[in-house]
Design a protein around this ligand. Structure first.
Ligand code: NAD
Length: 294
């Protein structure tokens, strides 16, 4: 049993912390939103007055925050309060540069750290089946692995500091681009008088096969559980897809990588968000491509 501080108890953090409690760990929690603290308390988390107070009690600290600026400001406030040798795990999705900066803050205070963003969404957070993509030194990863297990379906050590975030944004850039490709194919099929089912039956067993088609099919019918069958209720919200595509573009610019389709996908998701699609599933981009309202 490990004592764990959990900072950031929102849509993802609360169910993740609940799974740590269920696994028998002692979890000290903090968030800025009182309703989120009340949910955490109901799940067996011990609520603390602020982040440094939560960290003082902990051998391991997990953060699940909106963006890089939140992670850096929380790290600056908690690193001095943590005992040397504490392990920090940041599971937020943030830019690679901030992730590396967060590792540096931890190292300055004698703290081990990994970046460990996730995929799997709120469903995976509740079910304890998230995929963790971890970046950091081997000894930090070895300590993190048993802590992550109750929240995880899969844990992959991707390399040094920042590699987890790099893997996350590269994967989601593929996802954003492939969803637009699949959606465009269905829009073209509609104009050509080809049924959704016929296109699905061919493409799902041909070279067009991909996750955006076979798991998150953007039209209702062929994949009964895809968000298209429930009026594009997320799932994975288009606002979060836009966030990840912007992070990929920032990283591409900083690293000098040529990613024209990633840039185009970011533009299209920005327009879809501006037209009110941000709260709907990212597969709803098909409505934008057809010219329908979000
Ligand atoms: P959320 O907004 O529901 O939760 C973030 C929480 O952080 C909020 O409760 C907020 O009050 C808290 N917070 C902000 N600043 C704080 C501070 N200084 N101290 C303490 N708490 C603070 O967001 P979420 O959906 O839980 O996402 C969290 C992270 O996970 C994001 O980086 C997101 O991109 C990533 N993510 C989300 C999903 C998803 O499906 N929701 C999937 C994969 C990854």
């Amino acid at each position: 049993m490990t004592s764990i501080a959990f900072i950031g108890l929102g849509n993802m953090g609360n169910p993740m912390a609940a799974n740590l409690v269920k696994a028998g760990h002692t979890v000290f929690g903090f968030d800025l939103v009182p309703e989120n603290l009340a949910t955490a308390r109901d799940n067996g988390v011990t609520i603390m007055a602020n982040a440094p107070a939560a960290v003082k009690e902990a051998e391991v600290v997990v953060t699940m925050l909106p963006a890089g600026k939140h992670v850096l400001s929380v790290y600056e406030s908690i690193a001095p309060a943590a005992a040397k040798g504490t392990l920090f795990i940041d599971s937020s999705t943030i830019d690679v540069a901030s992730a590396r900066h967060a590792h540096a803050i931890a190292a300055r205070h004698g703290i081990l750290s990994i970046d460990a963003p996730v995929s799997g969404g709120t469903g995976g957070a509740s079910a304890g089946t998230l995929t963790f993509m971890a970046g950091g030194a081997a000894d930090a990863f070895a300590r993190a692995e048993p802590v992550l297990k109750p929240m995880a379906g899969r844990i992959v050590h991707c390399g040094d500091a920042g590699s987890g975030q790099a893997a996350k944004i590269c994967n989601n850039m593929i996802l954003g681009i492939s969803m637009i490709g699949v959606a465009e194919a269905f829009v073209l099929a509609e104009k050509l008088g080809l049924s959704h089912q016929a296109l699905f039956d061919v493409a799902s067993t041909s070279s067009g096969q991909c996750w955006s088609l076979t798991t998150y099919c953007p039209v209702p019918g062929p994949v009964p559980n895809s968000p298209a069958n429930r009026d594009y209720k997320p799932g994975f919200a288009a606002a979060l897809m836009l966030k990840d595509l912007k992070l990929a573009q920032e990283a591409a610019t900083a690293a000098g990588a040529v990613t024209p389709l990633g840039a185009e996908a970011a533009q299209l998701y920005a327009l879809f968000n501006a037209q009110g699609g941000g709260d709907t599933d990212f597969s709803g981009i098909i409505r934008f491509l057809r010219g329908d309202a979000a």
